[in-house]
Design a protein around this ligand. Sequence first.
Ligand SMILES: [Zn+2]
Ligand SMILES: [Zn+2]
Length: 820
Amino acid sequence: MTATYDFRSVEQKWQQRWEASRLYATPEEARNKYYVLEMLPYPSGDLHVGHAKNYTLGDVVARMMRMLGYSVLHPMGWDAFGLPAENAAIARGADPNVWTRENIANMERQVRLIGTSYDWSRELATCDPEYYRWNQWLFLRLYEHGLAYKREAPVNWCPHDQTVLANEQVIDGRCWRCETPVERRNLSQWFLKITAYADRLLADLEKLQGWPERTRAMQRNWIGRSDGAQVWFGIDNSTERIAVFTTRADTLFGATYLAVAPEHPVVPKIVTKRQSAAVQQFTESLSSKSELERTSLMEKTGVFTGAFAVNPLSHERIPIWVTNYVLAEYGTGAVMGVPAHDERDFEFARKHGLPVAQVIAVPGSEPPQPLAQAFVDDGRLIASGDFTGMSSARARNAIADRLQALGAGEAQVNFRLRDWLVSRQRYWGTPIPILYCAACGEVPVPDDQLPVVLPPDVPITGEGSPLARDAAFMNAACPKCGGPAKRESDTMDTFFESSWYYLRYLDPHDSERPWDPQHARTWMPVDQYIGGAEHAVLHLLYSRFFYKFFHDRGWVSGPDEPFARLFHQGFVLSNGEKMSKSRGNVVGIDQTAETNGVDAMRLFLMYVTPPEDTADWTEEGISGRVRFINRVWRACEPFADAAGKTDLRSLPQVDSADEKALLRAVHVAVKSAIDETRGHRFHYNTTIAKLDEYVNALTALEQSNPQSPAVLYAVHALPVIIAPFAPHIAEELWQRMGHQTSVHLERYLEPDEGALALDEITLVVQVNGKIRARLQTAPGIGQDEAVRLALEQPGVRAQIDGKAIRKEIFVPDKLLNLVV
Ligand SMILES: [Zn+2]
Ligand SMILES: [Zn+2]
């Protein structure tokens, strides 16, 4: 009698043994390397099965690739700086460091609990000084190359909390914490010049054929290249000029006003006395509005400055307005208003009584009729001086050339992408390694004084910058002159850490440099990156920017893209609903490991849907996988001794159809697992469905022919084949078969063409006794399936021709005769 399978003790036992033997250490020699990586998690506390899906998928891929003979690098770490730790400090006085370490300890325990095969010797946490030291080092290299710089920029400012708010922290124009109306303020902030890489980041998306097209499209759109012209408008009675960018230089003669952002530096210089009160009032009314409100939600409105601009080609005087829809941070902070050929400008002109000057002919409307709405298409130019009669396309080039000749503009490419604001007035982040000296100005911290360590025991109240109030931290000696200096009190955006962590895994304990370029040559790029689609732009774009910078320095070699392939996993619901604490439907890791076992959980998560799709966790679903695990146990354990002596490298000779069918089932599963891995589809749901058929066929043959060599072969092969999916039961069975070494060090089976071919049978299809088709199909298909397949054959359909089938004569795997 078979003992029942005790998943709790088996799973625990093997996890301890694997850990003790360092079974999953990265091989020293990386021949045929494969770097598989899941996005660095934030240690927020507890894991649920939705997180487990991500790590299970990465783990199955890593285990498959190891068993296929690759040297696999599969590391894990923690994106440990950030706001939640600081909020815990504000809310209940927790020490962010302690809070974070406790969460890491718990999550690490849970990630181990799900049977993952990480190389834990490479674990890192970005809040460790030995990690963020290299953040600072990299920041200084960016600084040296002019890619890190400080400038004034408008920010959301809560006057009550004395702090900058992210756009997401401004709710209906108010602070999310204290509901004080938010102000826009100019503050000096650090930026990274990602725009210097805009064209390469765009062009190289073409190299990323292993990325989802949707994600590449999002990056393309985010970078937002537009080809156009910069045009300089002079100002009447002034030496000032205003630059605008336009993609429609062909409509330049149709500009009837100039719209500028209220924050544009030219405004105070040109506004007339008469208009100054109105302009000031208008500007103040906008100071609390977010970008989103101004550009998308509010009605387009504005106030006349009293000043006039001069069109550089037509020399016409046009009024200059401050408006709510032009933002100082976008482009030049000014745009030309062409009501005849732009819908927004048309609306604005209607509202404010500005003229509409048509300069592109509407086909079939000659002579031009007054426009009832903007005509936004290309066409032929009218009323445009020398350019009249040209096509829009030709005129765009000709007008850009003319502007350049006049010193009044030029052709220009613009990007929607803006420089990356990395300053945070926060405590729990990497201190920016810059000093300010009264005599020397801005001075970088020398490399040998890194890391600038985050001081412990800083009171965190949520008001103002915590570091700025810490005198012991702030006061330092200037590295240049030795005089008194102040430290930068801003910390870095946590996306800085996650833009290069995949390289630190190559040398997590190197104290001389962030990583060894030799190791980067060996291991990079990441062959398979796995993570959520919500990271389509920021993290995935910043990482590409950093990696190109590293490549230009020669610190990495090979392709200048960090992630060769990218996979976005889908969510996990709980009985059709989003998991949330308030609904009380969160399926926790600890709970399911205890109730169902880790192997069953892993199988379920891979089986329920293709991994990119949303999965639904149900009691019925997980129970099905628990039963599968027990079936595997009952099918294998009684045969373990004998099976362990069979040779897995050669297929046994068998005679009966049942035995052949079993061997085929084995190799269909093998082929599926390998194809899904090598094809990067990871649709292991189909593989696991094949495993179901395999175990069914095995159980059936054990009853009818327990001595069959096919039974012993199939029993012996099963732990190898399921090892990546259900690593614990696989290891237990393998050991019971008499093996001294781990099943996870075995080579995966090769699909046996002979075994797969055994299975094709020819089913002859007759209509009224005459052969009309021959079907190549799997053996053992039932009568209904055979009829369905037969009716798909044109030769059969033509004979039946709508007549009723009176009788079906079916000889399994041989013949189907339809009588009509
Ligand atoms: Zn506030
Ligand atoms: Zn100095």
